[in-house]
Design a protein around this ligand. Structure first.
Ligand code: GLU
Length: 306
């Protein structure tokens, strides 16, 4: 495994077209696109890394896997009254579908869906309390208490968040919101701004590769059935309108973020985190996707067979 990922990391550094960093969040535009990291975490506890696996990056939408898990834990199937389970086929911040579907976003991973999930988790609490709960959950999963929110990124998102603010107020106009819209947005912007490295992220995803059990602590985070379902949503909706392409090329459940991170799950085998900040036109990490495509081909880990 170490030699496979060393080779991949080397190949990525030599690849010329590294994609373009996200610029709509000014703080993310400052990140050097010349970086690549990969970590493969196995349920046995073994961890393999290559590239700058200790460098922190903004996990952005990868955080939505953890907020969905928390929401399902608190509210079970009620979650599905607030968001659907279908791929959107639209960009991550699209507003058009929302009107047709009466303010119930297609899935929990597009921006509108994740904002709705943030609303369900809050249950009348302040953003600070909810964020403490989200961070605590991720720290527990990663077995790493150093994980925090990058306040600069959060402020940057909040300042330029006109589209997300519009999505939230539009949803609220259908009467679905349980908490004040600005507080929900504050929670959403901050959980997207959690900073992690690929080691921490791969460890945090291990429960999804291990039937719901976090091997670090032996704790059941979710039931095997729920782990399977979260993986199904990651496969079908985790890369926005690039989800079909990711399934075609990589064949693993995965969730991307505009910070350039991707968490991919090989059920029963491994949790993989990759990071490279340059994105393709849809907003998914260009080299991250390529690296996972090569890894899946070399290991035969695609869920669709070798
Ligand atoms: N915080 C970002 C936004 O709301 C998340 C987008 C992403 O990572 O795909 O636009």
């Amino acid at each position: 495994m170490q030699s496979i990922i060393d080779e991949i990391a080397e190949q990525m550094l030599l690849t010329e077209d590294k994609g373009k960093v996200a610029t709509y969040i000014p703080q993310l535009a400052r990140v050097d696109s010349n970086q690549f990291a990969i970590t493969v975490a196995l349920p046995s506890g073994e961890i393999f890394s290559a590239g700058c696996a200790n460098t922190l990056f903004s996990i952005q939408s990868v955080s939505k896997v953890f907020t969905l898990t928390l929401a399902l834990g608190k509210l079970g199937d009620y979650v599905w009254t607030r968001v659907g389970r279908e791929p959107s086929g639209d960009p991550f911040n699209s507003i058009v579908q929302l009107e047709h579907e009466h303010g119930r976003p297609r899935n929990p991973f597009i921006n509108a869906g994740a904002i709705a999930i943030a609303d369900t988790i809050m249950q009348g609490h302040e953003p600070k309390e909810t964020l403490a709960e989200i961070i605590q959950f991720i720290r527990f999963l990663s077995d790493d208490d150093s994980i925090t929110i990058d306040e600069k990124v959060a402020r940057s998102e909040q300042k330029t968040g006109a589209r997300n603010t519009s999505l939230a107020y539009f949803m609220a106009s259908f009467g679905h919101f349980e908490n004040p819209v600005e507080k929900v947005l504050g929670t959403y912007f901050h959980h997207c701004s959690i900073a992690m490295n690929t080691v921490q992220l791969a460890k945090a995803g291990l429960f999804l590769a291990n039937n719901g059990i976090n091997p670090n602590s032996g704790t059941a985070i979710v039931s095997p059935k729920r782990a399977k379902r979260i993986n199904a949503l990651m496969l079908t909706c985790g890369h926005y309108d690039g989800s079909g392409e990711f399934a075609f090329r990589v064949g693993l459940p995965g969730k991307s973020g505009v910070g350039g991170g991707i968490l991919a799950i090989a059920p029963g085998k491994a949790s993989i985190a990759v990071w490279s900040p340059g994105l393709d036109p849809i907003g998914n990490s260009k080299l991250g996707t390529l690296a996972l495509e090569i890894l899946a081909a070399k290991t035969g880990w695609s869920v669709f067979g070798e």
